[in-house]
Ligand binder design. Structure first.
Ligand code: SF4
Ligand code: SF4
Ligand code: SF4
Length: 346
């Protein structure tokens, strides 16, 4: 949401404009796209160089991510109630040590496939899409695409409806139930927890630091590192140079409309994707079109979970109304870190 538009998605909900709350986040979200392209950062993952840290107790990038984000991890209230009407809930809190998949407590993971007799390790995390459907279609405006390229979930606003996971081509965000503001809205059946995923170390980038995973990998391998972080145009150039050098392939330049996490590989991504699908992984690497790129996709976005969204928007507006005076200062702080605020545009 661009500052020039004068009304952020968050304010939209706060001011009680809930009649159009369903899908309006998407309409407004797209206006931030241009700025996301211009000063954005990206990561290149060179699959010819990652050895999966197979001789380490835990991949260094995974370990660093867990350490740097530990304070953001959820601490759910027990007992955790079932979602309505699904009669289930998501609880990773007893499995915090899991590192071989994405969870609310593990925001990056290493997959392994074997293609043409070659072991390939795939560091996976949020792709930080240029035009992220997760952010543009979140009914509560709980995700933002920032100017630095990061797509960040606001854990204080997220109701855990998991629409972001449904519209993400890689199903990246993961839900923890028993935590977040949905608990305060009950018995209104809105959401069911809070969604978690890689935030590109948004707070570190603001301080001029590189993401913790990139730093940890570099400390281990020095010049032989597979992870590179920088301005997206430079990273794209690096990806093309490397692809030419190895007669290889790039993933992320066009997928889902372009992403901030790019891969280069000697092996075609179609073959990697096939192996992932054979292994029944939901975290695949196929060609994906952005659902927001055409009118039909837009229409679909408007109608995913509209009832839950409407109830949630109403509940959220009431909740914010009740807290209005107490939260004024807090809200100012929160908005001060947005891509679209003056502070970061300067
Ligand atoms: S990206 Fe680097 S730290 Fe992570 S598994 Fe590969 S080599 Fe290890
Ligand atoms: S990869 Fe998925 S969660 Fe990440 S920005 Fe893209 S759509 Fe959103
Ligand atoms: S960029 Fe930060 S949050 Fe994302 S995987 Fe790396 S360390 Fe984790």
């Amino acid at each position: 949401m661009n500052k020039k538009d004068g009304l952020s998605r968050r304010n939209f909900l706060k001011t009680g404009a809930i009649v159009a709350g369903v899908g309006a986040a998407g309409v407004l979200g797209l206006s931030g796209l241009a700025s996301a392209k211009t000063r954005t950062y990206a990561t290149l993952i060179d699959l010819t160089k990652c050895d999966g840290c197979k001789n380490e107790p835990i991949p260094r990038c995974v370990e660093a991510c867990r350490m740097v984000n530990e304070k953001k991890f959820p601490n759910p209230k027990e007992p955790i109630k079932d979602l309505w009407p699904q009669k289930t809930h998501d609880n990773w809190s007893k499995k915090r040590d899991v590192t071989n998949t994405l969870t609310p407590y593990n925001w990056t993971t290493i997959q392994k496939v074997e293609v043409e007799g070659e072991e390939i390790f795939l560091p996976r995390r949020c792709m930080h899409c240029d035009n992220p459907p997760c952010s543009n279609l979140c009914p509560f405006g709980a995700l933002d695409k920032y100017e630095d390229g990061s797509v960040v979930i606001n854990h204080d606003l997220c109701l855990g409806g998991a629409k972001c996971k449904a519209v993400c081509p890689w199903h990246i965000p993961q839900r923890q139930s028993g935590v977040g503001i949905y608990l305060k809205l009950q018995p209104i059946p809105a959401g069911g927890g809070v969604m978690y995923k890689c935030d590109l170390c948004h707070d570190r980038i603001k301080k001029g630091l590189i993401p913790a995973c990139v730093e940890a990998c570099e400390k281990r391998l020095g010049a032989r590192k597979p992870l590179f972080f920088g301005k997206r145009d430079q990273i794209l150039k690096l990806a093309h140079d490397r692809a030419r050098e190895i007669n290889g392939f790039i993933y992320g330049e066009n997928e889902n409309g372009g992403t901030g996490t790019l891969y280069v590989s000697r092996v075609p991504f179609e073959k990697i994707d096939l192996k992932l699908k054979e292994a029944k992984s939901t975290l695949t690497m196929g060609k994906v079109e952005n659902p927001l790129a055409d009118v039909n996709g837009w229409a679909k976005g408007f109608f995913i979970g509209p009832i839950i969204s409407a109830l949630g928007a109403i509940g959220l507006a009431l909740y914010h109304k009740g807290k209005k005076e107490n939260t004024t200062a807090e809200a100012k702080d929160t908005e001060g870190v947005s891509i679209h605020t003056k502070k970061e545009e300067e």
